[in-house]
Ligand binder design. Structure first.
Ligand code: NDP
Ligand code: 8X3
Length: 252
């Protein structure tokens, strides 16, 4: 099969929107996430809406062994992907550092940094063999600047920025493009997860202005993957019009 993309965290938000966008561009999709039912639903909706195949792989990016075992289940005719979207990630909590919960810290570090490392090391093999591909890491405006209570989440996204730069150097000899999309405030399940199911608190983050939609991030990914072979978009910082930086908003 030709034109295959791998998208982590495809059960909601950016990952799901990116999966649909890539399907509309004719990519067959390997979709990952932990919530199996959702993953199967996204995979089957894509398959019935576009003329592409989808392969759902249910695993936790924090578990190195699960990443490797999932990779080993991929049938031979699928082992030809040229796009990897490292999107799976989360924020947990927004307390000041001295009030922080180390379980939240571990979850963010294990998912946003170590998970991205495990997935990349495993899935880049195919691209290295083919001497071709593009890896897009989903960073954040929180990886450009700090804000109150952002501490560990921000640090993990600064790490994504650092890893993106490093990967671009490490994979240069293999003709693999590496870039980052760094979004500002976008309304997905992000805040619901961050505030542990407190829907009111989550909604309050997006009050008084128009946040980004997941599809806006998918548009940026579309731009990156459709550039000619000799062009690599290394970085896109994308914010709502009503946001100037990580802390300054124009709210009603
Ligand atoms: P969502 O909560 O809607 O989506 C997060 C996705 O990540 C889900 O599909 C979830 O799947 C997956 N995920 C989380 N933890 C794991 C894990 N341990 N193993 C496998 N998959 C996991 O949020 P967004 O779409 O907004 O977030 C996507 C990325 O964008 C994240 O990296 C986030 O940090 C980043 N981001 C978000 C911004 C925003 O304002 N929304 C702005 C800037 C960056 P499942 O739960 O099924 O495993
Ligand atoms: C998500 C955006 O500003 O809530 O990465 O950290 S922010």
């Amino acid at each position: 099969m030709n034109k295959i993309a791998v998208v982590t965290g495809a059960t909601s938000g950016f990952g799901k929107a990116i999966a649909f966008k890539l399907a509309s561009l004719g990519y067959h999709l390997i979709l990952t996430g932990r919530r199996k039912e959702r993953l199967l639903e996204v995979a089957s909706t894509i398959q019935s809406s576009y003329d592409v195949q989808s392969l759902p792989l249910c695993f936790d990016v924090r578990d190195e062994k699960q990443v490797e075992s999932a990779f080993l289940t991929i049938p031979e005719h699928w082992r030809n992907w040229s796009v990897l979207i490292n999107n799976a990630g989360l924020a947990a909590g927004k307390e000041s550092l001295h009030e922080g919960d180390s379980n939240d810290w571990n979850q963010m570090i294990d998912t946003n940094i170590k998970g991205l490392l495990y997935v990349t090391r495993t899935f880049v093999r195919v691209m290295i063999e083919n001497r071709k591909g593009i890896i897009i890491n989903i960073g954040s405006i929180a990886g450009r600047d700090a804000y109150a209570g952002g501490n560990v989440y921000s640090a993990t996204k600064f790490a994504v920025e650092g890893l993106t730069r490093s990967m671009r150097i490490d994979f240069l000899p293999y003709n693999i493009k590496v870039g980052q999309v760094a979004p500002g405030a976008a309304e997905t399940e992000f805040s619901l997860v961050r505030f542990k199911g407190d829907a009111e608190k989550a909604r309050s983050i997006y009050k008084g202005y128009l946040p980004l939609r997941a599809e806006d991030i998918a548009d940026a990914v579309e731009y990156m993957v459709t550039r000619p072979d000799h062009v690599n978009i290394s970085d896109i910082l994308i914010m709502p019009t009503a946001q100037a930086n990580s802390t300054t908003f124009n709210k009603d």
